[in-house]
Every structure is written in C-alpha cells, then in structure tokens.
Design a protein around this ligand. Structure first.
Ligand SMILES: NC(=O)c1ccc[n+]([C@@H]2O[C@H](COP(=O)([O-])OP(=O)(O)OC[C@H]3O[C@@H](n4cnc5c(N)ncnc54)[C@H](OP(=O)(O)O)[C@@H]3O)[C@@H](O)[C@H]2O)c1
Length: 192
C-alpha cells in the first residue's frame, strides 16, 4: 500500500518505520523534508499525499485544519486515518474537520487510543495489544492490514464510531494515570 504519514514526531515516525518494515510503501510528509538515511523518505506534505492511497494524520490537533485546507485537492477521495487527539475541546477527533475540508475523503479513526510506545513495541507480557478502530466497512480490511502490520490486534467497532474509539482513548488515559503514569499498558478484548 502507498501510505503517506503526515507528521514526523513520535507517532508518525514510529508508525512509518513499522509499516515500511512490513513492506508498505511509506512516505513521511513533513514541513522539513530531509534525507532520512535508511528510514522511510521524509518529503514535503504535498508529495507524500499526492502519491498515496492512504494518508495518516499524526500532527498536533491545532495543525489539522490548515493541513487539510491547504492540501484539500490532494486529499480528495483518499482514505484518511485520523490519529490526532484534541484534549482541549468537546471532541477529540478531527472527523468534522475532514468532512468540511475534504468531503470526498473516507474517514477512519485509528492509532489514537494507545501511547506511541505501544506502536513501537506492540507486545506486553507476551500478549499482542488490541487497537480499537472505526472506518467505513469497505475500508475495514485495509485498516486491519495496517494495524496487523504494526504488530497490534485490530478491534473494529463499526462505521462512523469515532466517539466510541475516543471513549477507549479516555479509558487508556485514565488507566495510565491510575497506574503511576505507566504508558506501557494496553487493552486485550476477549472473544475478538
Ligand atoms: N504521543 C502519543 O503517544 C500519541 C498517541 C496517539 C495519538 N497521538 C496524537 O497524534 C498526534 C501526533 O502526536 P506525536 O506525539 O507524534 O506529536 P509530536 O511528537 O509533537 O509530532 C508531531 C509532528 O507533527 C508535525 N507538525 C505539523 N504541523 C505542526 C505544527 N503546527 N506544530 C508542531 N508539529 C507539527 C511535526 O512534524 P514535521 O516537523 O516533520 O512537520 C511534528 O513532528 C497528536 O495529535 C497526538 O495527540 C499521540
């Protein structure tokens, strides 16, 4: 799959390395394109999105609106995976911003309910962590492929269920806080 990951921070870089290692064609979209050595190429955002089937947003929430409106034409008809988390407003996800800026995009909510450390090392005590996600039914297999490629176990909660996914985000944060700030914890759903 040709994947653009926008944002070269903890989440973006960790997922890019994992997905490239699994054999996907990954470009990181950055405000600062540079030679990435042996890592996935770091190109400008427009180049990354133009060449992709899937675009994953891994930027700060306050950067999302500008990112989407600046590159709306390139994002058209793309599957957009939203990993951004906004904690200073009533809604953590960017689904409304995506719908407003890129009405033809398909929206998926994933890679936002666990700390990035668990994307780098998806196994805890010998068990694969689950990643809860939502997307159109037609894109479920794509998300399952990408989540599996990172080493996590996909847990689909249905179409347009970003608020449910964000509930899992809040649960994860509460568990971290209640366990002395331990970010190396994750969910395991039985029966899935
Ligand atoms: N940290 C976590 O464990 C975690 C887990 C799940 C989801 N999330 C969410 O995922 C997103 C990324 O988190 P992160 O921890 O990877 O953040 P981060 O380390 O701060 O990286 C964010 C990246 O976004 C890019 N960017 C684009 N516009 C920006 C702007 N205006 N200001 C700053 N950076 C900008 C930067 O890459 P360039 O300089 O290359 O453009 C930067 O490296 C956030 O929305 C966060 O809430 C975080």
């Amino acid at each position: 799959m040709r994947i653009a990951i926008i944002g070269t921070g903890n989440v973006g870089n960790t997922l890019a390395v994992a997905l490239a290692k699994a054999g996907h064609d990954v470009n990181l979209g950055s405000r600062d394109p540079h030679d990435a050595g042996d890592g996935p190429p770091v190109v400008d955002v427009a180049t990354a999105v133009a060449d992709s089937d899937v675009a994953l947003l891994a930027v700060p929430p306050e950067a999302v609106d500008n990112l989407l409106t600046t590159h709306a034409g390139l994002f058209a008809d793309t599957l957009i995976i939203d990993a951004t988390n906004r904690f200073d407003g009533p809604v953590a996800n960017a689904s409304a911003a995506v719908a407003a800026a890129v009405p033809t995009a398909r929206y998926a909510r994933a890679f936002n309910t666990l700390g990035w450390e668990n994307f780098a090392e998806p196994t805890i005590d010998g068990e694969q962590a689950d990643l809860v996600f939502s997307c159109p039914l037609g894109d479920r297999a794509v998300l399952e492929e990408l989540i599996t490629a990172v080493g996590l176990r996909p847990a689909y909660v249905g179409e347009n269920m970003q608020s449910v996914v964000d509930g899992a985000l809040m649960l994860w944060f509460a568990l971290v806080q209640a366990n002395g700030g331990n970010r190396r914890l994750a969910f395991r759903i039985l029966g899935v």
